[in-house]
Design a protein around this ligand. Structure first.
Ligand code: AMP
Length: 216
């Protein structure tokens, strides 16, 4: 059997996009990619949550969308990214996590930064709801656990928190937003020859190994 291999000429001075449905494990895999590439992680979800926690007008504007599981308007997100990309550490490219999420955002990104690779983590919908509803975070370290798949050590379990939008209703809305507004981006990037898809429906270490293979 002929196995077709696709080789990506990853220009390491450019940015990488980590792409996938909510709960695909983007945040977890992002940590390893940051370590491997030295690129800073730019997560629009984390930036919006920080703005919300700080009580800024941006945070307040984003709140209702986030809690409902809907996408925050493109102009808000694009302003946020434009500002972030002016910081010194963004000069050699960044790892985008959770951005872009619409074609409009991807078109804006193309004017702001060069993207050399898009890693898509593929997970079927039926696995996602269980993953997200059981997800917990350690607020002190940012580490992610799962009530069934990755229980936290007993000594920290008392301080774990659950994201407000990690409930079943918001997850279903987030999945709908993903299928309607975000997943068309996979074709958009594939047509540009930038898309590498990994199987996200396996153990985290195995997903990480597939991503390393793409990066190397
Ligand atoms: P995340 O942490 O990436 O799952 O994002 C949490 C929520 O923040 C999403 O459900 C959206 O409401 C909002 N959000 C994060 N990134 C974006 C984006 N690129 N475009 C629109 N909304 C976003």
């Amino acid at each position: 059997m002929l196995i077709e291999k696709v080789y990506f000429a990853v220009d390491m001075s450019q940015s990488i996009v980590l792409f996938g449905p909510p709960g695909a494990g983007k945040g977890t895999q992002a940590d390893a990619i940051v370590e491997a590439t030295g690129k800073p992680q730019v997560s629009t979800g984390d930036m919006l949550r920080a703005a919300l926690a700080a009580g800024t007008s941006l945070g307040l504007e984003a709140k209702k969308y986030m809690e409902a599981g809907e996408l925050v308007p493109d102009d808000v997100i694009i302003d946020l990214i434009e500002e972030r990309m002016q910081q010194d550490d963004a000069g050699d490219g960044v790892l985008f996590d959770g951005f872009p999420r619409t074609i409009t955002q991807a078109e804006a990104l193309a004017k702001i930064a060069e993207v050399s690779l898009v890693i898509s983590i593929d997970v079927p919908d039926n696995a996602i709801v269980e993953r997200i509803v059981g997800r917990r975070m350690d607020p002190e370290t940012g580490d992610i656990y799962h009530v069934t798949f990755k229980p936290a050590p007993a000594e920290i379990s008392g301080r774990l928190i659950q994201r407000k939008d990690d409930n079943e209703e918001a997850v279903r809305t987030r999945l709908t937003a993903y299928h309607n507004q975000t997943s068309p981006l996979a074709i958009w990037y594939a047509e540009k020859g930038l898309l590498a898809t990994v199987n996200g429906n396996q153990a985290m270490d195995d997903v990480g190994a597939e991503i390393s293979a793409v990066l190397n």
